[in-house]
Design a protein around this ligand. Structure first.
Ligand SMILES: Cc1cc2nc3c(=O)[nH]c(=O)nc-3n(C[C@H](O)[C@H](O)[C@H](O)COP(=O)(O)O)c2cc1C
Length: 167
């Protein structure tokens, strides 16, 4: 898939077929995430991989988007490692770039994915369910699977509204 085409046709996918996603596909997605840019190249992202339906079920209880987590064959909680962070804003920006890479890599493989942020309200509980230490701060959960049905593109503001100055 051509890069710009992939970037423009990526959509948030929230319904999935039961077809499984392989560990190899997941590692390819995470590899793309690991190649995101980061300040000082500090690579503050850390990932969990959750295929297990029972664990996904427990995570699903922690967000109003639980049905997405239950329907996706695999979920990827994304964390920021506070031990390697050096600048609050820049570390968050790096994680954002990483998550976008995850979404695009899923799309490039014919998979669908969605960035779930609402679950951040339950960040401590997610860490507890996964048995992870406190230096890992939840940034998002990315749900991944084969898309069920087509997704309509939500509207975007016109470029003319976004460009605040041109000199
Ligand atoms: C920071 C962030 C948090 C998001 N949280 C959620 C979420 O909790 N649940 C959800 O269904 N979608 C979530 N989304 C996906 C957005 O709703 C989606 O990207 C937006 O509506 C545009 O649609 P598109 O991705 O198909 O272009 C989130 C996206 C971002 C960047």
């Amino acid at each position: 898939m051509e890069l710009l085409e992939g970037l423009l046709t990526r959509r948030s996918v929230r319904t999935f077929t039961p077809e499984p996603v392989s560990r190899g596909q997941v590692l390819e997605i995470l590899r793309a995430g690991s190649w995101a840019p980061s300040g000082l190249n500090n690579q503050p992202w850390r990932f969990a991989i959750v295929f297990d339906a029972a664990v996904r079920g427990r995570l699903a209880q922690l967000t109003r988007y639980g049905r997405v987590i239950e329907a996706a064959p695999v979920c990827l909680p994304v964390f920021m490692d506070r031990e390697v962070g050096y600048h609050e804003v820049k570390d968050h920006q790096s994680i954002g770039a990483c998550i976008e890479n995850l979404l695009l890599a899923a799309h490039a493989q014919g998979l669908g994915a969605v960035w779930l942020g609402e679950i951040l309200k339950s960040a401590a509980e997610v860490r507890e369910v996964l048995g992870l230490p406190a230096n890992l701060e939840l940034m998002a959960v990315v749900a991944v699977g084969y898309p069920k049905g087509a997704v309509k593109a939500p509207a975007r503001r016109k470029l003319s509204e976004l460009i605040v100055k041109e000199l």
